[in-house]
Design a protein around this ligand. Sequence first.
Ligand SMILES: Nc1nc2c(ncn2[C@@H]2O[C@H](COP(=O)(O)OP(=O)(O)OP(=O)(O)O)[C@@H](O)[C@H]2O)c(=O)[nH]1
Length: 256
Amino acid sequence: MDVVIEVRDARIPLATTHPKMDSWLGNRRRIIVMNREDMVSADDRNAWATYFSSQGIKVIYSNGQLGMGTMKLGRMAKSAASTVNTRRREKGLLPRPVRAGIVGYPNVGKSSLINRLLKRRMCPAAPRPGVTRELKWVRFGKDLELLDSPGILPMRISDQTAALKLAICDDIGERSYDFADVAAILVQILLRHPAVGSEAFRKRYKIDVDSDCGKLFVTKLSVHLFNGDTTQAAFRILSDFRKGRFGWVALERPPT
Ligand SMILES: Nc1nc2c(ncn2[C@@H]2O[C@H](COP(=O)(O)OP(=O)(O)OP(=O)(O)O)[C@@H](O)[C@H]2O)c(=O)[nH]1
């Protein structure tokens, strides 16, 4: 492909990329899509946009559920690879459609974006072991072709911090983590977050935050609301965060 559209979760743009991404890209152009734009604040969006533009990386915000950003993405993909046809013309070859493919971590919204771009309802499931499926280029407009199935980036099992953030954002399967541990980390992150802090917890759960220890808070909430069941308390905190009940906030800010 000529252009790689790398989809990230706008709440955790660092945890949803892979250190090897640059080397996998080779000479291909890259567009970063910050999906789930509805789940972060305007301040977060601006901070990341400024960061990426300072790195000379093209970035676009999108909402895979509602389709925002997809038309602009199509235009950007075409123009990002316009050099493909300039080079072909120089060699005396006829122009051909620019080829783009979408890649990203599981659950970041790749299929939603493909379906939005191609205006269809279902994206076929990713290849499963033992099932061979053909990858198809689907024409998108006059001079762009899109691979009909997303590429799934492998998880970085060794990076625990990234794994925890993926769990918090519901980007990995529930069976692979412990709710209480993950919720405790989330509490700690949110207590230190300038747009959240302890007051948000006090207001939401009507209990005081006595320390910055997330585990203690999960236990306290479990006693207060769930007869001491820490899993239920943890699940409540995680699901409140995912529903934006602490405000729509990114968990990662650009490196300074
Ligand atoms: N709020 C919100 N939800 C989104 C957005 N984009 C996708 N989703 C939802 O996120 C979930 C995962 O989206 P998918 O498009 O299936 O993600 P995927 O990356 O293709 O997932 P895999 O097939 O597991 O790799 C779905 O429930 C979507 O409806 C978005 O921009 N905002």
